[in-house]
Design a protein around this ligand. Structure first.
Ligand code: IVH
Length: 673
């Protein structure tokens, strides 16, 4: 910086300029400067901020990814209930809606604003004096999770409004509702990346957004291609009397919020229906998923007149699109074997385009489903796809069935290892009971190595296949005895990638116990149960010796899960796996020593509101460590409700049912801390 320039003024100028270019790039997709020029501005701002740390504010464009990974999300109570909409599926139902509106307005014909219904995750943004101070998920409509840190990483979301030379920024509190989405193309690219890393792909962009917003580390969230569309503008001090929804959309746009340009003001029911027809036909041209349109009475005063039903406003309705359909020929029914031995029939299809995605395969779920559809090889089938990437076979076009088509029969034996299949009572799924079935073993190793389990870099599906075929891996226990000399000469393995894999394996040795338990692939033990088990048992050894009764005493573990865990540890093969894990130097104990006791034995807790001294997870951990249970809803069986600041409806319910309420201080006193 040249001498004499006031760093404060220079910082302000750079931030305004960067915000302007962020807006052009991320919101309008119309950049005016090159990436290099932008980077230069950004670096200059970073340099000055580094020299003057006292001038850094959380609203600087350099601070989008700031803050440490969280241990859990705080619950926030919404300033008003975030209601959802009544769904309708036919023009007739929309006509009924219109009739009710006209009746409510005593015969007056309303104007409507029609918008796209974005298929993402709903959030509420809070602004104070133009600054983004809080963002929360919708949750149950009354309470959501505070995901401010994660939302800050979305570059099109303004951290500060009014940076565009616009001085009419609402001074007080402002709430903005929006939908976080992932566009289709970046979603597919991201899914492909996951698959390459041996992770399970997300079924649709919405799930992928939900998964991203739940990440505790904002640095990870930045790597996810998230966007947001804002559609509701609610100043805390009430609406101006002549305000309209279309006016609000324009205001949001003027203030620099990302809005979708595809809304339309409709002056009659017919115009509404036309809008819907238009987008029903063209939805695949949009770069993001929409699942319908939202029809809103335009005049906000009429909203007050029309009011709400118990669950939804009377002034708006969602008019959903029907699922996309396509016809194609089913060439073959194949069986896929999962890591627990479950066999899933899979339909192989002649490639067909459905909603912008080429479909080649579809799951048929299980034998019963195949029988119900009476689907056969050679059949022409009708496919349907909602928001999901995975399509469903919904019907067979019977007129087009070839004469020689024969009904599908589940084989009696596993197509891979030849073992007689079994079907447990009350279950729809056939299973290969052979623990050593190669297909199962491979799936188990892939699961063990996946990012949410042991996170072993370099051990994706292809590598597992190769190492299995070469006889180097037979089960998850073998992973830790792989040697460089064994793998570096294999095709596909240069010295470098052998080294990388070994480093990935070395790192995985110290994963937390809950990841290890999850990675074992015990039936019914998902991430959540694994975490609870790791809280109750301090080591794999302790877990392996637990009796069915001890297991059932763990919150959320019922007889089915308890039996499955006990069976897993009883198996000779699995006991050998555990020995191999120990021999391979894998950490099988919890790192932390937790005080354990029985102070809360037999008691059930419900938590609501934000605690001051602990995160919610920590509090849950303390309860479980003392033999208590944590439940998500208040009932007569609840022993205590632990209440923090801004409690939600669970607090009211506790009062209503007369359940004892504990403050954080009282809770800690009872714990003796
Ligand atoms: S308006 C009271 N507008 O659809 C007004 N919602 O079923 C409530 N959504 O939870 C919502 N696009 O997540 C509105 N243009 C849009 C929307 C939209 C998507 C979602 C939103 C809401 C759900 C309603």
């Amino acid at each position: 910086m040249s001498r004499g320039v006031d760093p404060r003024a220079e910082i302000e100028r750079l931030r305004t300029e960067i915000r302007h270019h962020d807006y052009l790039y991320y919101v309008l997709a119309q950049p005016e400067i090159s990436d290099q020029e932008y980077d230069r501005l950004f670096r200059r701002l970073q340099d000055i901020e580094e020299a003057h740390p006292e001038l850094v504010t959380p609203y600087s464009p350099t601070q989008r990814v700031a803050g440490q990974p969280l241990e859990g999300f705080q619950t926030v109570r919404h300033p008003f209930p975030l209601v959802s909409l009544q769904n309708t599926y036919s023009g007739e139902e929309v006509r009924d809606f219109h009739r009710r509106v006209v009746e409510g307005l005593e015969g007056r014909q309303p104007e409507y604003t029609c918008e796209l219904k974005f298929d993402g995750v709903a959030v509420l943004l809070h602004y104070e004096r133009g600054l983004f101070v809080l963002g929360a998920t919708r949750g149950d409509g009354e309470n959501g999770d505070d995901i401010t840190q994660n939302l800050r990483t979305i570059r099109s979301l303004p951290l500060r409004i009014g940076g565009r030379g616009d001085d009419s920024v609402p001074g007080g509190r402002l709430f903005v509702r929006g939908e976080v989405i992932m566009e289709k193309e970046p979603f597919h690219a991201y899914n492909a990346e996951r698959e390459a890393a041996g992770e399970r792909p997300f079924a649709n962009p919405r799930n992928s957004v939900a998964g991203s917003l739940k990440l505790l580390d904002p640095a990870l969230v930045t790597t996810r291609p998230l966007r947001i569309f804002c559609y509701a503008y609610v100043p805390a001090d009430g609406q101006p009397p002549d305000a309209t929804q279309s006016g609000n959309l324009q205001t949001l746009t003027r203030l620099g919020f990302p809005t979708s340009p595809h809304w339309s003001k409709c002056r009659s029911l017919n115009e509404v229906l036309d809008y819907w027809r238009h987008w029903e036909k063209r939805r695949d041209d949009l770069p993001f998923e929409v699942d319908g349109v939202v029809v809103k009475v335009d005049c906000l005063q009429d909203h007050a007149v029309l009011g709400m039903t118990a669950r939804a406003p009377r002034w708006a309705i969602a008019f959903k699109f029907s699922a996309r359909q396509a016809r194609t020929r089913l060439t073959k029914i194949d069986l896929q074997i999962g890591r627990t031995g479950a066999l899933t029939p899979v339909a192989h299809l002649e490639p067909v385009e459905l909603g912008g995605v080429t479909i080649r395969r579809a799951t048929l779920h299980n034998e019963e489903e195949v029988a119900r559809l009476d689907v056969r090889e050679g059949d022409t089938v009708l496919l349907e796809r909602g928001g999901d990437v995975i399509p469903k076979v919904v019907a067979v076009v019977s007129e087009l069935r070839p004469k020689n088509a024969r009904p599908f029969n589940m084989p009696a034996a596993c197509p891979v290892c030849g073992t007689q299949l079994i079907k447990e009572e009350g279950e729809a799924v056939s299973r290969c009971p052979n623990e050593e079935c190669p297909e199962q073993a491979k799936r188990q190793i892939e699961h063990f190595a996946c990012r949410i389990a042991m996170d072993i870099e370099g051990l994706g599906a292809e590598t597992v296949e190769l190492l299995y075929e070469k006889g180097l891996l037979r089960d998850i226990g073998d992973v830790f005895s792989l040697k460089k000399s064994q793998i570096e000469n294999l095709e596909r393995f240069a010295e470098k990638s052998a080294q990388n894999l070994l480093e990935g394996i070395k790192k995985a040795k110290t994963r937390p116990l809950e990841r290890l338990i999850f990675g074992l692939g015990i039936r019914f033990v998902g991430e959540g149960t694994a975490r609870t088990l790791a809280l109750r048992f301090e080591s794999l050894a302790e877990l392996s010796h637990a009796t069915i009764d001890e297991l059932q005493a763990v919150p959320e573990v019922g007889p089915r899960i308890a039996r499955s865990i006990a069976e897993w540890f009883h198996s000779k093969r699995n006991r050998r796996i555990i020995e191999k894990l120990h021999a391979g130097g894998v950490q099988t104990k919890t790192e932390r020593q937790r005080p354990k006791g029985e102070k809360f034995k037999g008691l059930t807790f419900v938590l609501t509101g934000a605690l001051q001294q602990h995160t919610r997870e920590q509090a849950e951990e303390m309860i479980i460590a003392q033999g208590g249970r944590v439940s998500s809803s208040v009932s007569k069986k609840t022993s205590f409700v632990l209440v923090g600041t801004n409690p939600g409806s669970k607090y009211d319910k506790a009062v209503e049912l007369g359940i004892p309420i504990l403050s954080e201080a009282e809770f800690l006193r009872r714990l003796g801390t």
